[in-house]
Each structure stands twice: as C-alpha cells, then as structure tokens.
Design a binder for this molecule. Structure first.
Ligand SMILES: C[S@@+](CC[C@H](N)C(=O)[O-])C[C@H]1O[C@@H](n2cnc3c(N)ncnc32)[C@H](O)[C@@H]1O
Length: 253
C-alpha cells in the first residue's frame, strides 16, 4: 500500500489517526518500566515515535519535575500530541516536534531518559541505540518496546504473516543480542499482556474499520486498509500466546 498517496493516507488515518494509542501499550506498563529505570534523577526525557501522546502524558504525570521532548515523524501525530498536551495543561514542560527519531534535535549529553514505545522497529534497534547514545547524560538510560516471539513453536500461518509485516521480529534473547551489539547492557525486561493490545488499540480500532467501510463503499483503498487491519486483529485473536510486545530498559556499557 502506497502511503505517500494522499487518498491512501487519509483513509489510513480514518482508522489509525484517532486511536487512544497508535500501538500496543498501557499506562501501567509505562509506569512499571519507569520504576525499573536505574537513572537516579530524571529531569530531561526524550520520547521517540511518540505518536498521539499516550505514554508522553503518562510520563509527564509521573515525572512532575521533568522537561519532555516528544518527537514523531508524522505532522498529523504531532498535531494530535500537541492537542492532548495542551488539553492536559502540560504545554510549558512538554514539547512536541516533528523529527526523525534518529535526529531528534536534543542536545548532546542532555537526556536522562530516552523512551520509545512501539516505534523503534521503524529504524532498527541498533541504529536507534547508536543514535541516542551521544544524547544521554552520564547516568542516562533508554526504555523501549518491541514485538517478541513468546514461544519457539510458531504456527505457519502466523510466521508467514509476521514475515510479510516485520521479518525482523525475534525473541527476548535476539533483542538482547541487538542491545549488546549496540554497546548497551540489558538492565530489565518484561512482557506486555494482551490488555496492551486490546484496551486502547484493537478494541477501539474495530468500530473504526466498520465506519471506514460504511463511509467509503466500493472504494478499493478502504477495502484494502480494512482487510489489513482485520488481518492484524485476527492474528492476535488466534495466537495471543505466541507473541507480544516486551519492554526493555537498557544502559550504555
Ligand atoms: C506504532 S506507532 C506508536 C506511537 C506511540 N508511541 C504509541 O504507542 O501510541 C509508531 C510511531 O512512530 C512514528 N515514526 C515512524 N518512523 C519514525 C521516525 N523515523 N522517527 C520518528 N517517528 C517515527 C510513526 O509516525 C508513529 O506515530
């Protein structure tokens, strides 16, 4: 699907653009990961691939003395993030900018914590960790989520689907290897449960798929986007024990 086509992108946003979150996650996972961060004082946070802002708002609430810079490559996501930040009264210390997470515009040595939920796969773990390292303050850390296989045994249908969607998916040990190759150590990791996929992501996505089809009958693009989203949900519904997201909290070695 060609997302640079304005019609495709506009219909894509009808399903994905107004979800509470743009990927799996939940506040209690964000807060659990934050508790595992070993950095003694967190004053400056960089949130990469921040999307519409769910984790940014949770982090801002949990870290009332911190300044946060949230970046996303899509102006539409940044506009939604800014709207939520402003509605929450957080604009003075939470800044949302359009930027590539590999060049987020933070000062070298200034960031105590880099946060990246459901977005590091866009650039690759090793490239991202390498790009963020010079930005970190002396005790700085990185926390990110990434899809993981939970079992060695994988149904063919599911393997084929992941192969088409994200062939780089691996398990926790595979991600540990990426972390170590990037010159970091894995400090802590935990898996996200199925609530992370349903509550703020797939459950609100399902009625949006139906609304898209109702609003654009006989539109092949709408049908294609609906089929893609339905397939993704069907895979998780069928194989919830086979894969999930996991959090990784890492520090430079
Ligand atoms: C699956 S969404 C997750 C968004 C958000 N973290 C959440 O959990 O709701 C991935 C986000 O990464 C953004 N993104 C993709 N490539 C990026 C890049 N190179 N730099 C910054 N953001 C990027 C997308 O625009 C999208 O908003």
């Amino acid at each position: 699907m060609d997302f640079s086509d304005p019609h495709v992108f506009a219909l894509f946003l009808e399903v994905y653009g107004s979800l509470p979150r743009a990927g799996p996650g939940a506040p209690h996972y964000t807060l659990r990961a934050l508790e595992l961060v070993p950095t003694p004082t967190i004053r400056r946070v960089l949130i990469c691939g921040a999307g519409p802002g769910a984790e940014t708002l949770d982090l801002a609430a949990a870290l009332p003395d911190a300044d946060l810079l949230a970046v996303d490559i899509l102006p539409e996501m940044v506009a939604e993030g800014r709207r939520r930040v402003s509605a929450a009264g957080l604009a003075p210390r939470v800044h949302y900018e359009v930027a590539d997470m590999l060049e987020p515009g933070a000062e070298a040595g200034s960031v105590d914590l880099v946060w990246c939920e459901g977005a590091i796969y866009n650039v690759g773990i090793e490239a991202a960790l390498a790009a963020w390292r010079p930005l970190l303050s002396p005790h700085g850390a990185v926390a990110f989520t990434e899809p993981v296989w939970l079992k060695a045994e994988r149904p063919d249908e599911l393997s084929a689907w992941w192969q088409s969607e994200y062939p780089a998916i691996t398990d926790v040990e595979g991600i540990r290897a990426h972390i170590e190759r990037a010159g970091y150590a894995l400090h802590a990791t935990f898996n996200l449960g199925s609530d992370a996929w349903w509550d703020a992501y797939y459950a609100p996505m399902e009625p949006r798929i139906e609304a898209l089809l109702a609003a654009h009958p006989d539109d092949d693009v709408a049908a294609g986007i609906a089929a893609m989203a339905r397939k993704e949900i069907a895979m998780f519904r069928a194989y919830p024990d086979a894969y999930s997201y996991a959090f990784f909290i890492v520090t430079p070695r």
